[in-house]
Each structure stands twice: as structure tokens, then as C-alpha cells.
Design a protein around this ligand. Structure first.
Ligand SMILES: Cc1cc2nc3c(=O)[nH]c(=O)nc-3n(C[C@H](O)[C@H](O)[C@H](O)COP(=O)(O)OP(=O)(O)OC[C@H]3O[C@@H](n4cnc5c(N)ncnc54)[C@H](O)[C@@H]3O)c2cc1C
Length: 397
């Protein structure tokens, strides 16, 4: 087991580790086919096969909240409201001056003295902007929401890694330690000589993880995804009620490039699964299904059973063109005192997994806030109730 502390001087004990049960089986299979080893996908080269780094500290899986928030939770200048749903950003004269949220059935409005940083994720950050009148004017009018800023890119540009699984039952169930993230080893491969780098990622799952396969008993999977998909989707309001889910349309596999890339990866995964390294744990093929090897049949399985890699990004895209929602400092275009810092700001999806990149957006965002000059008293918007703010400080909800 390898432990690298990511934050040698900070409060956090966020660590990256790799621990492996059957990772070596997969890596042996890759080596059998002559693929290069890569001990660190986050190093100089992405190509190759190796262990994944995972978020484990002191022998336990650790979330971003555990790593970054809990250590500072009792600081007097921090108030945490839990079980609270932000419902609207209050704008006054083009500036974010307040935030409404619901907690235990009670609506509260807090004033914003300096800035509001939105980090509700790829589905909810654009939804909150739209509910607050920031977004494509025609969509806002459809729901009778007054248009504060006509920002056509809000909710557009939705991206995710499309995935297909190659899966087998396993006559000898694997021993998985509690700190395992199940997806312990993987690889990145360039199946099309793409000058941008590897176009396919593999995850080796030490158990069946595809929801459609969970009733098959013990097993394992090779999960294949396209690293730079070209299909784009959209997040839109379902209604003007903040409790209603947003309407999400991914448009997965609309682009032929995405289908072809995943299928090239699947054919490599089938070769990996057929190596002697997997012989002792290879039971029945449950995906795509034994005998399904014809290109048209595989594409039909892909269209029927494609799954998400759970990496949605891009709906509040950073940039300087007309479709951008935030600028390079994460500031929402056309609104003062409002930033977005989460996976929604990615202009293009990362060619690897999205969690660490999102953490970096948060860390960089903090740096941007800290570097900016504080507002002078003259700039503090009149709508802010400073007594209310002061009263909130130090209380944990
Ligand atoms: C099942 C699954 C497995 C994954 N596995 C991996 C992996 O192995 N490796 C990897 O790199 N990535 C993985 N990801 C992706 C990774 O989790 C995301 O990229 C990352 O969490 C995105 O961070 P975010 O801050 O943008 O959004 P989120 O993590 O979704 O955070 C948004 C937060 O805002 C809160 N929120 C939303 N709306 C409101 C509101 N109106 N009011 C108040 N709070 C609100 C939510 O409750 C949530 O806590 C996985 C994702 C899923 C779903």
C-alpha cells in the first residue's frame, strides 16, 4: 500500500492511497497483451495500465467534506446549514446580495457581504441560476421567471463519459478490504492514434457494479469509457418550483465518434478478459453476453445498455465566448459578487475521472477569493443585513 499525503501543511489529512486485492490480475492481463505499465496516471504520462489512487486516510475512505470542511467546522467565521436547500439567489442592481434557502420547512434569507460561491454541482448550480433569473431568456420566460441576465449557456454543454461493461461471474469470490473503492486498477489507451492522447479508459471492478448485473452473484467487470466524448446535453428547468428536479437530457452516443470509441475499447476489454491471467476467476460472461461479437450486435448492446461513468460536467462553462457562464476567475458573467466553483464550470470534460479535478476547482477558487481585494464599506450593498450576518457567525445549523 502506498500513501501520499496531499496536504503536507494544511488542516486536512486528505491522502491518496492505492490498495489492491485483484488489481494485479488485471495488470497481468494488460502486460500479457503487451500494454505499458503506468504507476501514476496523474504523473507525466496518462497512457498505460496501473493502480488507481483513491481517497483514503488513516485506513478509511474520506470524502471532500471530511477532508476539507470538518477540520474547520468550528471556526467562528463559519456557519454550516445542513439539510438546507438553496432556492434563490437574490440580486440587487446586478449584484448577488442574498441567498434564500429552506431548512426544516422554514425559508431563510441571508445577506451577502462580499461574494456568493455556488457549488451545487452540474445539475443544481445551473438550476439555481435559472430559478434566480440568470440563463437563456426564452426558457426563463416559459416559466414566468423575470430575466435578470440573459445568459444562453446556463445549463448547456452537459457532458459525461459514456460507458459499457464487459462482465463475468466469478466462481471464486474476491476478498475486498473495507478501504477498497472496488475500482482499484485501470488503464488509459489510445485506440485511434489521437494526438490528444488516450481516448479510452478502463476500470477493473473487483465485483459486479453495473445495476443491471447485481443479481448475477459474485463477479467482476471491465468498465470501458470514452475519455473525450463529443455528445453534448442540456439541463433545463422542469418548473419554477425549486423542489422539482431539473430536466436533464444527456444526448449520450448521439455522436458516432462516441459509439465507435467505446466499441474499440470494448474489443480490447474482451481481449483482456480472455487472457490466461483471468483464467482462474473467469466464470460466465454476463456482458455483453457470450457469443455477442459481431460489430452491429455489440453496437446494439451499447445502445441498449450504455451506462454513465457518473462524471457529469460543463453546464456553467468557463470561457470568454458567448456560451460561457463564468469567466476564468469563476465569476458569473453579467452578475457581480457571484461565482460558481464545481464540476459545472469545466468547459470540456477531463480525459480522466472528475473528482480530483473538481477538488482543484474548489482549491483554486478559494485562492481567487483570497487574492481579491476585500470590498470597501462603500461597496457593501445596502440590502445586506450586517447584524444578521454577525449573528450567524459561529453558529452551526
Ligand atoms: C456514484 C458516483 C461515483 C463516482 N465515482 C467517482 C470516482 O471514482 N472518481 C472520480 O474522480 N469521480 C467520481 N464521481 C464523480 C465525482 O463524485 C464528481 O465529479 C464530483 O463529486 C463533482 O463535485 P461537485 O462539487 O461538482 O458536485 P457534488 O459532489 O454533486 O456536490 C454538490 C453538492 O451540492 C449540494 N446541493 C445541490 N443542490 C443544492 C441546493 N439547492 N442547496 C444546497 N445544497 C445543494 C449537493 O447535496 C451536494 O452535496 C462519482 C460520482 C458518482 C455519482
Amino acid at each position: 500500500m502506498q500513501i501520499i499525503t496531499m496536504e503536507p501543511t494544511g488542516h486536512s489529512r486528505y491522502a491518496i492511497t492505492s490498495s489492491s486485492t485483484r488489481g494485479p490480475t488485471f495488470l497481468d492481463a494488460a502486460s500479457e497483451l503487451g500494454f505499458a505499465a503506468n504507476p501514476d496516471f496523474n504523473g507525466a504520462e496518462q497512457d498505460g495500465f496501473g493502480p488507481f489512487q483513491v481517497n483514503v486516510a488513516a485506513g478509511r475512505r474520506i470524502s471532500s467534506a471530511e477532508a476539507y470542511l470538518r477540520p474547520v467546522a468550528n471556526q467562528p467565521n463559519l456557519t454550516i446549514a445542513t439539510n438546507a436547500r438553496a432556492t434563490k439567489i437574490v440580486l440587487t442592481g446586478g449584484r448577488a446580495t442574498g441567498l434564500k434557502y429552506l431548512q426544516n420547512g422554514t425559508e431563510t434569507e441571508i445577506g451577502i457581504r462580499r461574494e456568493l460561491v455556488l457549488s451545487s454541482g452540474t445539475f443544481e448550480s445551473p438550476k439555481l441560476l435559472l430559478l434566480s433569473g440568470i440563463g437563456p431568456a426564452d426558457q426563463l420566460r416559459e416559466f414566468d421567471i423575470p430575466v435578470a441576465v440573459d445568459l444562453p449557456g446556463v445549463g448547456a454543454n452537459l457532458q459525461d463519459h459514456p460507458r459499457m461493461d464487459v462482465a463475468f461471474t466469478n466462481p471464486a469470490p474476491l476478498d475486498v478490504p473495507p478501504t477498497s473503492n472496488i475500482l482499484e486498477a485501470g488503464g488509459f489507451l489510445n485506440t485511434s492514434s489521437d494526438p490528444e492522447g488516450p481516448d479510452v479508459q478502463f476500470h477493473f471492478a473487483t465485483t459486479l457494479v453495473n445495476p443491471a448485473l447485481l443479481d448475477q452473484g459474485p463477479g467482476w467487470e471491465l468498465i470501458v469509457c470514452a475519455t473525450r466524448p463529443r455528445s453534448r446535453g442540456v439541463v433545463q428547468l422542469g418548473s419554477a418550483d425549486p423542489h422539482d428536479n431539473a430536466r436533464v437530457r444527456f444526448n449520450y452516443l448521439v455522436e458516432e465518434y462516441d459509439r465507435a470509441t467505446v466499441l474499440r475499447g470494448v474489443s480490447v476489454a474482451l481481449e483482456l478478459a480472455a487472457t490466461t491471467s483471468f483464467a482462474s476467476i473467469r466464470g460466465t460472461e454476463v456482458a455483453p453476453g457470450s457469443g455477442i461479437r459481431d460489430a452491429m450486435d455489440l453496437e446494439s448492446v451499447l445502445r441498449r445498455s450504455m451506462d454513465s461513468e457518473y462524471h457529469p460536467v460543463g453546464t456553467c462553462k468557463m470561457g470568454s465566448d458567448d456560451s460561457a457562464v463564468v469567466d476564468a476567475q469563476l465569476r458569473v458573467r453579467g452578475v457581480d459578487g457571484l461565482r460558481v466553483a464545481d464540476a459545472s464550470v469545466f468547459p470540456d470534460i477531463t480525459s480522466g475521472n472528475t473528482n480530483a479535478a473538481t477538488v482543484m476547482v474548489g482549491r483554486e477558487g478559494f485562492g481567487l477569493l483570497a487574492r481579491d481585494e476585500p470590498l470597501s464599506s462603500g461597496q457593501v450593498p445596502a440590502a445586506v443585513d450586517e447584524d444578521h450576518l454577525a449573528g450567524d457567525v459561529g453558529r452551526q445549523r
